[in-house]
Write a protein that binds this ligand. Structure first.
Ligand code: SF4
Ligand code: SF4
Length: 424
């Protein structure tokens, strides 16, 4: 694609990479078939090819984007299925990240939209606030049932009982230590996941060392274009890692949500070439571990063999491009594991997307639930808390992190959602 950047625009950070990616796009449209929003709306402006044109026009001039441009870019999930499909190696992530950052700096959103985005970012990224918010939402729910729109959706989603924090077990003989980032949303919604991870790794002589002061990795802020807040979170994570022993002590850093892992592997992009934190960011990014690579199969059989569907998060398939092999581990424990249809299409969770774009998100969830229903499985497993929460369905199969199912298979406690199934 031909571009027309003014020379001074090309001197801005990241802009040369943006131009390179724009020029690499030959407008073939191959990516459109894998784009969830285009599949739903059929609108070219909701496709990667259409969005790339909107981004080009916006970033070439640096002008304030139109309402129409922001509308269609906001509807992008950042799932990166288009990047995986592109034969010309266009890195769409770099384009949409820069576009979101430009919108955040230049575009004036309506007051209600600003407040909602702020509320989502502040509550989701702070587990303590998330817990308090969930309690308040539960108390207020009878009074707020009539609250319309996205705020009503937010209250309805937040009004839930959250499980208590759980201790992490340690092996009797420690052969290796791995740093653990507890994260934010998952720490509040499903502390059972890290507890199960610690038990599974303990059986293999691995001790998890939680970096308690690290808090949110900054992915939520980054996906909202809030570069400053994302960088503050990254600095906090780097400080917590260094305080715990840093690269001297840990060869691997684990986070059990692939959405966060994908962001952590791009940490170096947050820091300028001369920034003293760049080397630390690169070192941390290079140590982000794939949990399936830390777990070797043990000769155990699950108390009951189950039919399991594996939902691969976009952050794993398209963001990290990890060929993680949770299926082999579960099969080794006796379960039968199938892939869902449309495995490369996003479930509609996408960080805060389900709260900010509830209509499209709900359509994608229903599409995925229909595939789950047709697969006739008893359990669905995934590796990202956002997907697990999005796919949870009281009328459908139990949805878990795969490590929780493996932990139970190896003698760990019955995960909450599984006890209902086992009793039935
Ligand atoms: S597949 Fe790649 S080159 Fe083709 S339109 Fe999409 S982004 Fe552009
Ligand atoms: S990131 Fe996902 S939603 Fe956005 S344009 Fe690409 S395929 Fe479509």
């Amino acid at each position: 694609m031909r571009t027309n950047f003014a020379p001074d625009r090309l001197e801005l950070p990241n802009m040369a990479r943006v131009e390179h990616n724009l020029r690499a796009c030959v407008h073939c449209g191959i990516c459109t078939a894998s784009c969830p929003t285009y599949l739903l709306t059929g609108d070219e402006r909701d496709s990667p090819r259409g969005r790339i044109i909107l981004i080009k026009e916006m970033l070439e001039t640096g002008a304030v984007p139109s309402d129409e441009t922001v509308h269609h870019l906001d509807r992008c999930l950042s799932c990166l299925a288009c990047r995986s499909a592109c034969p010309s190696n266009v890195d769409y992530r770099e384009l949409i990240d820069e576009a979101r950052s430009h919108i955040a700096k230049t575009y004036r959103r309506r007051r209600a939209d600003q407040l909602l985005r702020r509320l989502v970012l502040e509550t989701l990224s702070r587990p303590a606030l998330f817990r308090s918010g969930a309690q308040v939402a539960r108390l207020l729910r009878p009074l707020t049932k009539s609250v319309p729109g996205r705020l009503g959706d937010l209250i309805a989603k937040g009004a839930r009982a959250l499980p208590a924090r759980q201790p992490l077990s340690t092996p009797q003989t420690v052969e290796r230590e791995v740093a653990l980032l507890p994260g934010c949303v998952q720490a509040a919604l499903a502390p059972t996941i890290d507890a199960a991870t610690a038990r599974v790794l303990s059986r293999r002589g691995i001790r998890l060392v939680p970096l308690e002061t690290a808090h949110c990795c900054g992915a939520l802020a980054h996906h909202l274009g809030e570069d400053g807040a994302a960088k503050v979170s990254a600095k906090n994570v780097l400080a917590a890692f260094a305080a715990a022993g840093g690269t001297e002590r840990f060869a691997e850093v684990l986070i059990t949500a692939t959405g966060c892992a994908a962001h952590l592997t791009t940490y170096a992009e947050l820091f300028a070439p001369r920034d003293p934190l760049l080397a630390q960011a690169e070192a941390l990014a290079g140590r982000i571990a794939d949990l399936t690579q830390l777990v070797r199969a043990l000769p155990v059989a699950a108390p009951q063999a189950l039919r399991v569907a594996l939902h691969r998060p976009c952050s794993q398939s398209h963001g990290l491009r990890w060929r993680s092999d949770a299926a082999s581990l579960l099969r080794a424990a006796g379960h039968s594991v199938v892939d869902l249809a449309e495995t490369d299409i996003c479930c509609g969770s996408a960080g805060s997307y389900s709260l900010l774009q509830p209509e499209l998100s709900a359509q994608l969830r229903m599409r995925k639930r229909a595939h789950i229903s047709r697969s006739a499985v008893q359990v669905v497993v995934s590796s990202n808390i956002g997907c697990i929460d999005q796919l949870a369905d009281p009328a459908g199969p139990t949805v878990l992190h795969w490590i929780e199912l493996l932990d139970w298979s190896e003698g760990g406690p019955v995960p909450a959602g599984l006890s209902r199934l086992l009793h039935a």
